[in-house]
Each structure stands twice: as structure tokens, then as C-alpha cells.
Design a protein around this ligand. Structure first.
Ligand code: CP
Length: 327
């Protein structure tokens, strides 16, 4: 895949070679992401960061990644502060913003909206999450996390067992990550959710087409056992018609240190895309796990900066020039 000038909208665009290239370039970013060295390869370049739906990590890490490469960031946050609230179309917003920026990151609550937006842009558009559909950069950083965590434990060869637990229907991160992991033949999935929040058929079909084994259950304790990685998600209450409906499922699965010790295999890595819902009625990942060395959630957020730096470098065609622009 040639990255330069491309939109990054869906995991389906990526093949195994493309993913391995992203991992390689993310590794190259280590000295700049950790501030051991400075690089201004994107000096003069502008990122438009358009977030029409709430975000902490994705928005800030896109901006940080661009800044760490020497570029500048312009932002719109929320629907009401944008002219979308005056009836402007995504197409017009894109046509205009593309005149102001070299690359655009977009998050929007509607499925397919970022692809619609990209039709109006002649600069690369990166999907920062479109409703319950996809979150491709999160999937790439999750894959990068799994790669690094299991390699550190010497568990990166052979079958890798991954349980995804929670709201698998509405969680866009689990949709994108499952599709991405379909490029790797040694993955064995366990999908744990209430029946009403099961992984969509389209995602299961991708597993079938890739020849990957998976089991499906509502049994939380079963999902915790014998896994290399447990990937938890919160109930995506903003995707439900009513809060009452979301409340039926919040608090159903809660991992804490006591359950980890009772059910999980030694060295099982715990991941979560964050935010975790720490309110007592939900609490799918207890803060009493914060000192567990296998809790990878905060390392995930660091890896996210490196992966997003890699994507900016690749779509802007500067990935081989980093060392020339060290300060
Ligand atoms: N993981 C993630 O997308 O977090 P934010 O919603 O805070 O960006």
C-alpha cells in the first residue's frame, strides 16, 4: 500500500504489509515520542483536528503526535461550535478545511460520516471514530500494544488468545481491532457480552473469512480464564435510545484485582481503549487494578502517540526523512 496522500478511514484498507510498515515506523518514532530527540520534519505543516463528538485521548494524542513532529494544530471541538450546526454539509466543511490544512483528523457521531467528509477533501483524512462503526487508529495502537506487551513476555509466538468483553455491539474499537487481527492467523478470540450487545455479524463474518476460531458466551468468568489478553469495553451508553436501556447492562461485567487473581492466567494482559466508566454502577475495570503490572491501559495511551506519529509521517510522505530533521 502507498500511504502518501491516502485517507485512513477503515481497517479494511490495510493489508498485513501495510500494518507491519506502520509498526516499523511507530518504532522509529520512539526517540521523538519520548523526547530523547527532537524532530521538526513537519515544520510548517498544519493538522485540522475536528472532533464533533467527545474525546480526550484521541484528540489530544493526534495533536501531540503532530506537534512532536514539528507541525501545528488547529481544532474544532463539539458540534455547536462548528458551522455544521448551521446546516453546512460535511462535504462543504471538508472542502473548506482542506484549504487550511495538510491533513485532517475527524471524529463524528454518525456511522460513515468520516468517509462522507473525506469525499470533499483533497488532503488525507484520518478517521478518529465514526459513531459505532470504526476507530482504525485505536485498533492500530491496540495491535501495537499487544505486539509490544506479548513480545516483552516472550509470548508473541504461537496461538494468541484474546477475550473481548463488554458492549461488543456498540464498541467501535472492538470492531476495528477484531478486523485488524483477522490479518494474523494465530489469533483465537473469545467474545463475551450480553446477548443483546453481541459482536455484529459483519465482524464475525470477517473472522470466518479469515479462518479464525472464536467462541461466544455471556459468561464473564469463562472469558477471564486462559487468555493472553483481555480487552474490556464500557457500555457505550451514548449509543442507546434511553439511559434506562443502557443501565440494564452497566455493572454486568466488573473486573477487579480479586477476580483477576482468582480467574486469570499468570501474565494475562488487561487492555481497555478508555475511557473506563468508573462510576460505581458501571466500573467495568476497577481502579484497584491500577498497580497490577499487567494492566496495559496507560501504556496503550503512550503507544497511541507513536502510532499516530507514524500515520502522519506516512500519509505526508516524510517517514524516511526523520533523521534529517533532528534538531
Ligand atoms: N479511546 C478513545 O477513543 O478515547 P477518547 O474517546 O477519549 O478519544
Amino acid at each position: 500500500m502507498v500511504f502518501q496522500g491516502q485517507h485512513i478511514l477503515s481497517i479494511d484498507q490495510l493489508d498485513r504489509d501495510a500494518v507491519e510498515r506502520i509498526i516499523q515506523v511507530a518504532d522509529d518514532m520512539t526517540p521523538y515520542a519520548t523526547r530523547v530527540k527532537c524532530c521538526n520534519v513537519l515544520d510548517g505543516a498544519i493538522l485540522a483536528n475536528l472532533f464533533f463528538e467527545p474525546s480526550t485521548r484521541t484528540r489530544i494524542s493526534f495533536g501531540t503526535a503532530f506537534n512532536l513532529l514539528g507541525g501545528h494544530v488547529r481544532e474544532t471541538v463539539g458540534m455547536t461550535t462548528s458551522s455544521l450546526s448551521k446546516g453546512e454539509s460535511l462535504y462543504d466543511t471538508a472542502r473548506v478545511t482542506a484549504n487550511y490544512a495538510d491533513v485532517i483528523a475527524v471524529r463524528h457521531p454518525e456511522i460513515g460520516s468520516v468517509a462522507d467528509f473525506a469525499r470533499g477533501s483533497n488532503v488525507p483524512v484520518i478517521n478518529g471514530g465514526d459513531g459505532a462503526n470504526e476507530h482504525p487508529t485505536q485498533a492500530l495502537l491496540d495491535l501495537y500494544t499487544i505486539h509490544n506487551e506479548l513480545e516483552a513476555l516472550g509470548k508473541d509466538k504461537g496461538t494468541i488468545k484474546i477475550a473481548m468483553i463488554g458492549d461488543l455491539k456498540n464498541g467501535r474499537t472492538v470492531h476495528s481491532l477484531t478486523r485488524l487481527l483477522c490479518l494474523f492467523p494465530n489469533i483465537q478470540f473469545t467474545f463475551i457480552s450480553p446477548q443483546a450487545l453481541a459482536m455484529p455479524d459483519k465482524v464475525l463474518e470477517a473472522c470466518d473469512n479469515a479462518g479464525l476460531n472464536y467462541s461466544i458466551s455471556e459468561d464473564f468468568h469463562y472469558g477471564l480464564k486462559n487468555q493472553d489478553v483481555i480487552y474490556l469495553t464500557r457500555v457505550q451508553e451514548e449509543r442507546f435510545t434511553t439511559q434506562e436501556e443502557a443501565n440494564l447492562y452497566r455493572g454486568k461485567y466488573c473486573l477487579n484485582q480479586s477476580l483477576y487473581q482468582q480467574y486469570c492466567a499468570k501474565d494475562t494482559i488487561i487492555m481497555h481503549p478508555l475511557p473506563r466508566d468508573s462510576r460505581p454502577e458501571a466500573n467495568e475495570l476497577s481502579e484497584d487494578m491500577n498497580d497490577n503490572p499487567n494492566l496495559a491501559i496507560f501504556r496503550q495511551t503512550h503507544y497511541g502517540v507513536k502510532v499516530r506519529m507514524a500515520l502522519f509521517a506516512l500519509v505526508l510522505g516524510v517517514e524516511d526523512k526523520l533523521s534529517q530533521f533532528e534538531k
